[in-house]
Write a protein that binds this ligand. Structure first.
Ligand code: HEM
Length: 273
């Protein structure tokens, strides 16, 4: 994790804002004396509801900021830090807004959807925290194109050695150059390709005597081992990105379902006013 990660961004700026918002909401709730009971329709209920709705709109705007590459409205990392902390503050702000009045209605549906979106957000942060490399679109500073190129370069170097290598090596190098990262879509979830041509070639060469004695066959063998390691890292990276994309498939559509339900909740409140 970098020094300025999403949790301690700008000396924990968003953590402090969130701590302030949660504390102020709790104090207001504790000292509030509503005429009947605490619920969304008291002055405090409306205040917390408005803060919550504005926060949700802002949280949804993160998707827009993420894609606005030329934007000077703060860094994506800063936005994400605010997104995580202020997103979590909704647990307190929105719960106090409800005054713990739940039922089978559109209001509780909006609340439930919000909690599900927040829970999915926490899950996403855990995935990112465990695998910081996923934050960028690169693997150890290399893009997927760089990695593909380094494997093609290894294949090329192996081919250049073939005139001096044993006849068996030519076929093996050819076999390995046709390797597929994954042979089926499902393998993206396991990060494994049991039919990996390069692994097969490495195994076969490791058994051959010519690969163990210094010479072109051994050089080819070592390059194939290197390629096998690159493939392993690449497969693991693609596996993790697949999980992130799958996670976003929950987080984002649920956010829009929340927006629709929140609109229905607000409209119905003013309709019955
Ligand atoms: C009601 C609350 C929330 C809403 C409406 C919401 C909505 C969104 C939206 C629209 C995006 C943009 C995704 C994209 O377009 O790529 C996003 C990203 C994200 N959200 Fe939330 N979110 C909420 C709460 C949270 C919480 C509480 C957390 C964490 C604790 C969280 C973690 C994340 C993360 C890590 C991303 C970034 C994903 C990426 O850049 O790949 N969210 N959220």
């Amino acid at each position: 994790m970098s020094e300025n990660n999403i949790f301690n961004y700008e000396n924990g700026r968003f953590f402090k804002w969130t701590a302030f918002l949660i504390t102020a909401s709790l104090i207001a709730y504790i000292f509030d004396t509503p005429s009947i009971k605490p619920y969304g329709g008291t002055w405090l209920g409306y205040t917390l509801g408005t803060i919550g709705a504005v926060l949700i709109l802002w949280l949804i705007m993160f998707g827009v900021r993420k894609r606005a590459y030329g934007s000077n409205l703060g860094t994506v990392r800063g936005w994400l830090s605010g997104h995580v902390y202020l997103g979590l503050s909704l647990i307190v702000v929105a719960t106090l807004h409800t005054g713990f009045e739940f039922g089978w209605n559109v209001h509780t549906l909006a609340y439930t959807l919000m909690m599900v979106v927040i829970a999915s957000g926490v899950w996403g942060v855990v995935v990112y925290f465990k695998n910081p490399t996923l934050m960028g679109r690169s693997l150890h500073g290399q893009t997927l194109e760089d990695i593909a190129k380094s494997m093609r370069d290894l294949d090329k170097q192996c081919r250049n050695l073939l005139p001096q290598a044993s006849p068996a090596a030519a076929q093996l190098v050819e076999e390995s150059s046709n390797v597929e990262v994954f042979s089926s879509g499902l393998q993206r979830f396991t990060g494994n390709n049991p039919g990996c041509a390069t692994s097969r070639v490495v195994e076969q060469m490791s058994k051959s005597a010519s690969a163990s004695s210094a010479g072109p066959d051994q050089e080819i063998y070592l390059m194939q081992v290197k390629k096998q390691q690159i493939l392993k890292r690449l497969r693991n990276y693609i596996r993790l990105r697949t999980f992130v994309e799958l996670w976003l498939l929950f987080h984002v559509p649920l956010s829009f379902a929340l927006l629709a339900t929140l609109t229905a909740h607000i409209v119905s409140v003013f309709f019955y006013w």
